[in-house]
Design a protein around this ligand. Structure first.
Ligand SMILES: Nc1ncnc2c1ncn2[C@@H]1O[C@H](COP(=O)(O)OP(=O)(O)O)[C@@H](O)[C@H]1O
Ligand SMILES: [Mg+2]
Length: 340
């Protein structure tokens, strides 16, 4: 693994548009709950603001994506518009759910097997076929992603990958099928997926984690596995939900109140304030330890995103995260850039 430039500001800076045009497919990978969907949406919005037409691909269902963009309806296999760049200029975000079932159906219909596909649906066998052989499901889904990449309707196709554990097998199983299938359309499809994933000018993975021990361990392991087993290029690691570091947490509440010209808190509030300060201080310490540990274990640039206290995150919070993500990308060393 080569160093991705530790976010230093020397050398040429990275432009968000240029960053997002490095590869048309970006697979966002992370342990469940680290903010993978939120970061996917934030990157989509940052890219759209830079003038790109972005497609966010969700697997299984649209999940939290519509709410992040301020919509209350879900979306499915048909792409829906989630955001437009203000002012009518080019750039925007669309969302689409890709399932192996629908990818298979589309594949069959596109290859003159319309009758077969209708019978498969009718008999209930479609889901069996789409999931029967290990790896088929993933090849169908990634084959559809490859088709979206090739079709050229979008500048950037962002895939909100399944939670890690599943993410590695999601990305490796096409290689497994190339070895297992003797020939035929499935093997050809699997080969094309392997080609896509191993070409850094076409695809890269963006890892998302939290500044906590277990997610950091997991992201380090995932990074090495993706590199060894998939050969996919790795972008910077996004460390999500970082607490803004507060200085002076040890300040005496009474003295601070006097300095601010407000009435000093009573004893019980003072006690609560000290407890809150101690808690925050401990959290900050863990966070900075984990950021250091991550930097030491993984030679990839880090982009940090703030923890947002306003919950749930809607378009306002998403806009803020997109701005912070863009600033983090711009601070990357352009020469080393996102390449791992
Ligand atoms: N930067 C953040 N600050 C605060 N809460 C966040 C942040 N990013 C994500 N969350 C919250 O954490 C939860 C999990 O986020 P989500 O993007 O759905 O994670 P994943 O897709 O990895 O499971 C959601 O409730 C989301 O609103
Ligand atoms: Mg998610």
């Amino acid at each position: 693994m080569e160093p991705g430039g530790a976010g230093s500001s020397v050398g040429p800076r990275m432009d968000v548009g240029a960053f997002c045009r490095q590869s048309k497919v970006v697979v966002v990978v992370g342990k469940g709950g680290v903010g993978k969907t939120t970061v996917t949406a934030a990157l989509a919005l940052a890219a759209a603001r830079a003038g790109l037409e972005v497609l966010v691909v969700a697997l299984d269902d649209s999940g939290g994506l519509p709410a992040l963009f301020g919509r209350d309806d879900r979306f499915g296999y048909e792409p829906v518009r989630l955001a437009d760049r203000p002012g009518g200029s080019s750039g925007g975000v669309a969302g689409q759910v890709v399932t192996s079932r629908e990818a298979l159906l589309e594949y069959l219909e596109g290859h003159g097997f319309g009758r077969v596909s209708r019978r498969l649906i009718h008999s209930g066998a479609l889901d069996v076929v789409a999931t029967a052989i290990p790896g088929v499901e993933q090849v169908l889904v990634l084959g559809k992603v490859k088709q979206l990449e090739k079709a050229g309707g979008y500048d950037l196709v962002l895939v909100d990958a399944p939670a890690t554990g599943h993410a590695v097998s999601f990305l490796t199983s096409s290689g497994g099928l190339v070895d297992a299938a003797r020939g035929g359309p499935l093997r050809a499809q699997a080969e094309q997926v392997v080609e896509l994933l191993s070409d850094p000018s076409r695809a890269q993975a963006l890892l998302v984690t939290l500044p906590e021990e277990t997610p950091v361990n997991e992201v380090v392991e995932t990074a090495y596995r993706l590199e060894d087993e998939v050969g996919i290029a790795l972008g910077p690691v996004v460390v999500n939900a970082c607490l803004p570091v507060l200085d002076d947490l040890g300040a005496d509440p009474a003295a601070a109140a006097r300095a601010a010209g407000v009435r000093p808190p009573g004893p019980s509030r003072r006690r609560l304030l000290s407890m809150a300060a101690a808690f925050r201080s401990a959290r900050q310490e863990v966070q900075s330890e984990q950021l250091d540990r991550l930097a030491a274990a993984l030679p990839l640039a880090q982009v940090t995103l703030p923890y947002l206290f306003d919950q749930p995150i809607g378009p306002g919070g998403l806009g803020l995260l997109a701005g912070r993500l863009a600033a983090g990308i711009e601070a990357l060393d352009g020469a080393a850039g996102a390449r791992g």
